[in-house]
Design a protein around this ligand. Structure first.
Ligand code: RIB
Length: 316
């Protein structure tokens, strides 16, 4: 049986400033700590899935700058299949400026660079690995036409797509119907549904609306409050593990990558959510995107050592 997870998405060089608090508009903070790490939602999800134990291929386009060789070396060290990471020579790789304040809250600004060179034509060239996929994962940091193209190919080949609709921006919502697993946070859910998503009732209502748009499984991640999932047969609320967060960057990415691993291993919805929640709980205790993604051993030990309130699972 196929078990390959094919992540089609972005990679970035993250330049991080860590401060006690985020600056006000027009303010300069003078005692920040600086870190350069590797990020990008696609790459974070691919690395998160590989460290969680998945058999992962990454389809991406990088540029030609001083940071890129190390980024590629890291992918190899994490065991990613990068046969279809393409390289453009006349552009830099994607870059992100990340400002982290107290409690791990952040501001992000992304320059897509070579990520926007991942065209449908490069997807055609990636078909050998797409044909091996048990699941495709996408986000929203590559060109819109490429995302739509992958959705159509996946539908024709009957490959389930996990779509992390992040960062939120306008899109043809008819594509939600082609999504097997839609993962959004409260902000992204609010953007898609056109309603506030704060209370438990609003979360459930938003999930229902997204289900009505055609997603087979809807997951709304809720930060410190855990995650809520709705499928045609089940609704599950999973509480979060309690940890001291220092940086929430890429917590959602690690959630997606590890959830995909759990699902391709055949874990139940509740166990998959618990596994992904544990992985993202570990992630927020560390600084930086890819350096924070935990290994399978770390996730399993964390679940064994940390009490979490019981999940509420209802068969509909
Ligand atoms: O989700 C976090 C990621 O968003 C960062 O690593 C940054 O590169 C941006 O893509």
């Amino acid at each position: 049986m196929k078990n390959k997870i094919v992540v089609i998405g972005s990679s970035n060089v993250d330049l991080i400033m860590k401060m006690d608090r985020l600056p006000e508009k027009g303010e300069t903070i003078t005692d920040a700590g600086f870190f350069q790490v590797y990020g990008g939602k696609g790459a974070n999800q691919a690395v998160g899935a590989a460290r969680a134990g998945g058999n992962v291929a990454f389809v991406n386009c990088v540029g030609n700058d001083a940071y890129t060789p190390q980024m590629l070396e890291n992918f190899r060290n994490d065991g990613l299949d990068i046969r279809f990471v393409f390289q453009e020579t006349d552009i830099a790789s994607g870059h992100a400026l990340v400002m982290i304040g107290g409690e791990g809250n952040n501001y992000l600004s992304v320059a897509p660079g070579a990520n926007y060179k991942l065209t449908p034509e490069l997807i055609d060239r990636s078909m050998p690995v797409i044909d091996e996929a048990a699941m495709i994962i996408m986000q929203y940091e590559i060109p819109v036409e490429t995302i739509k193209y992958v959705f159509r190919i996946a539908e024709a080949k009957d490959i389930p797509v996990m779509w992390n609709f992040a960062p939120a921006r306008s899109f043809d919502l008819s594509y939600v119907a082609k999504t097997a697993i839609l993962v959004v946070n409260e902000t992204e859910a609010a953007f898609l549904c056109g309603q506030q998503v704060e209370t438990d009732e609003e979360v459930e209502l938003a999930a229902k609306k997204l289900q009505e748009l055609g997603a087979s499984l809807v997951i709304i991640t809720l930060g410190k409050r855990g995650a809520f999932a709705l499928s045609a047969i089940e609704k599950v609320a999973v509480p979060a593990f309690k940890v001291n967060a220092v940086d929430t960057t890429s917590a959602g990415d690690v959630f997606c990558g590890s959830f995909a691993v759990a699902q391709t291993e055949g874990k139940s919805l509740t166990d998959s959510l618990r596994f992904a929640s544990a992985a993202s709980a570990i992630c927020v205790t560390r600084i930086g995107a890819q350096p924070s993604a935990p290994t399978r051993k770390e996730i399993d030990e964390f679940i064994g050592n940390n009490y979490v309130e019981k999940s509420h699972s209802i068969v509909i």
